[in-house]
Write a protein that binds this ligand. Structure first.
Ligand code: FES
Length: 345
């Protein structure tokens, strides 16, 4: 029989049953409750909790995310810590209520219906789920590598209205267990697949009075495609600008899709950018092209997804153009997965 413990979040009257081998965050999200989180793999620190009562196992919590001093002070990573007793915990940062719907975390099964090469070392994977999955535009799911139980994180590129047909953009990683070992290897159309989601707090779901800028590098386009389609479908912003950066022409994808979207919406502006090849479009670093286009970003918001260097350059550039840090939202990639989703500090 599975051992469980009762875990209560400070301020809530209702304790949750958490299995001894289940992370606190996993239990909270499956119960439809909310705790701040992003990477769910111990690398971003967004999910830090203070243990007010009880004992936990830290498991593989890395020291660079949770320092020994923080452990001594009773802090834990909610996505890594499992309960050794009944617990009372409180989130370290205030749980921001941004008005976004909270969708419970669930396990899902589905069938691969599309697996196409769309750009250099990049595949589009479309999974038809047996049951729909509710999510916010910009969130991600964890695809489970068969026979391992190990998950890899990919953002949904489809809008939430298509809740049974999930689209993912996957970049090959040299030696990658999920990519070369599976999605670019043995995986084929018609195969069954397991995933869990939704996860993450990178999203744009509320109506806002000011324009928004979306900046993506490589497959960082995926959550921005979901956001763009959702925002345009619901008229959530007065103007929406999408910048997609790649090195060479073969790195770009969905160009025709976005050009057609642009032709259909006066409020949508799409600008693909190449950094290493001259062509008839914009050239240079994608973040440099953004600041050339906007003399002031005061009052605007931005959503960035891509490699850390692009994100850092983008945040610096947007701040120089007077965008408020609290209106800059970002999702960074590591080799294996997207990590931190935060407003810029
Ligand atoms: S460290 Fe737990 S969500 Fe990132």
């Amino acid at each position: 029989m599975t051992t469980t413990h009762r875990v209560r979040i400070q301020g809530s009257d209702t304790p949750l049953e958490v299995a001894a081998d289940q992370s606190v965050l996993d239990a909270v999200l499956r119960a439809g409750e909310w705790l701040p989180h992003s990477c769910t793999q111990g690398t971003c620190g967004t999910c830090k909790l203070r243990v007010l009562d009880g004992e936990v196992a830290h498991n593989d919590s890395p020291d660079y995310t949770l320092t020994p001093a923080e452990r001594c002070a009773g802090l834990v990573l909610g996505c890594m810590a499992t309960p050794c007793s009944d617990l009372v915990v409180e989130p370290l940062g205030a749980a921001v209520d941004d008005g976004a719907p909270r969708h419970p975390l669930r396990d899902h099964d589905g069938t691969v219906v599309v697996l196409d090469d769309i750009a250099t070392d990049t595949r589009r994977l479309v999974v038809e789920l047996d049951e729909p999955m509710s999510f916010n535009a910009g969130q991600y799911a964890e695809l489970v590598i068969p026979g391992t139980g190990v998950g890899r994180q990919y953002s949904m590129a489809n809008p939430p209205s298509e809740s049974k047909l999930l689209e993912f953009h996957v970049k090959r990683t040299v030696g990658g267990r999920a990519t070369e070992g599976w999605i670019f290897g043995s995986l084929a159309v018609g195969e069954r697949i397991e995933l869990r989601g939704p996860l993450g707090q990178f999203h744009l779901v509320r109506e806002q009075a000011e324009p928004a800028i979306l900046i993506g590098g490589g497959t960082g386009l995926a959550p921005l495609k979901s956001i763009a389609r959702h925002v345009l479908d619901h008229g959530l912003v007065p103007e929406l600008y999408l910048y997609h950066g790649g090195r060479r022409r073969d790195d770009l994808y969905d160009v025709e899709f976005f050009r057609e979207l642009e032709a259909g919406y006066d409020t949508f502006h799409y600008r693909p950018v190449l950094s290493e090849e001259q062509w008839d479009g914009a050239t240079g670093m994608v973040t440099d092209v953004v600041v050339e286009d906007f003399r002031s970003c005061k009052g605007l918001s931005a959503y960035l997804c891509g490699p850390p260097a692009m994100i850092e350059a983008g945040v610096r550039a947007l701040k120089r153009r007077r965008m408020a840090p609290r209106l800059i939202f970002r999702e960074e990639f590591t080799v294996a997965a997207p990590v931190a989703t935060t407003a810029a500090s």
